[in-house]
Design a protein around this ligand. Sequence first.
Ligand SMILES: [Cu+2]
Length: 451
Amino acid sequence: MSSRRGFLWNVLAGAAGAFASAKALTAQETQMSRNVPGMKRTGKKESARHDDAPLLVETADVPNLPFRMDGGVKEFHLIAEPVKRQIVPFKMMEVWGYNGSCPGPTIQANQGDRVRVILDNHLPESTTMHWHGLEVPMEMDGSPYISQKPVPPGGRFVYEFTLHQEGTYFYHSHGAMQEMMGMIGLFILHPEKPYQPRVDHDYGIVLQEWAILPNSTVPNTANMEFNWLTFNGISAPSTTPLIARLGSRVRIRIVNLGMDHHPMHLHGNQFVVTGTEAGRSPESTWRRENTVLVGVAQARDIEFDAKYLGDWMLHCHLPHHMMNSMSDLLADRMITTVATNDTQALSQMQTLANTIGFQHVHHAPIADDANSVAGFPQDAFMDMGMDEAVAKPETYGLPRNWSANMMGMMTLVRVLPPEKFDEIMDLKRRGLSAPPNEKHEPEHHDHEHHD
Ligand SMILES: [Cu+2]
């Protein structure tokens, strides 16, 4: 973040604080007052079910967009600009987004709000903003040349409209290549009357896909073969797990802006689909599923009661979307030339792990005569545990080497006993990945031999 923009955001945050009376505090301001006692936020001990204030959506690994009040108008400020995104410990990508984030920060507002979004273009080419699914006046639609002139580099356009809908929406540049370069963000409209039943956790996930060659950092937006698949601009195992207290109700809002449709599957739990890109669906239409297809340009809200303790995988079920590009780890070597001899593969992976600086645990065992079987290897040698490199409060307490098979569009929904949930919330507040007495040195030479 440039110092100039940092200054701007401090001004905006300060302005919002100065303009907001305690009575008028709403979702975003609550977000900006995270450390103020008495403010409601996701994960507090008390259930949100009997409270009419909207529960903030948490977009893992992506910030919320602050706003200021200008009279009766909620004013947001988006800056379209290049962004660097570390998607896993061994891969950085140079993409485009908003306000230093890709996807852009999540906008949250209330049904009935009048909003203004100031768009500044810090890209080297023109852009516009489209409000996907929002019923806005034609001149606010962001269609280049149709509803407005493209916003030139260094230019500004001010969008303003009233929100009469509710649900999960998103904003995106209306240039096809810019969309594939990352220019999207969530736009959450909280309903006038809270949805029933109330949820205790509300999470947002943006699905994106990228074609990035090894040793390159810039996506090829014309390529249709994608080797990097992300939730909120991050690939597993770096995706931040979604934590839920046992007995709570969870909503997850998933939107897709890419070239593929993604069947999103949750382990160990059934859910109901409660909303689409057009808002809340009538309860009579909810049906039980464990996999929901989120098509391009669609939104799906799913809800379930977190009644089963466990660390449940949530992932796109397209097999190639459950992988990371190993060729990045192998640098200039192609994946097809990876050693198929156990000792060679181990030594090669150990070298890679040392180069990148994460813990490597011996891969899953293979048969003595593995190389005599046609088709070998498939998943062998693919697991690369890197627990230490991706540790954060939400990963605390996961089994050792949990990260080895977490790849691509994947995260965990961790349904935790209350005391464990509270412990992780406390770690988050303190900015620690584990209690100080639980810290241990990375085990760089940690091999479990299976002979
Ligand atoms: Cu997928």
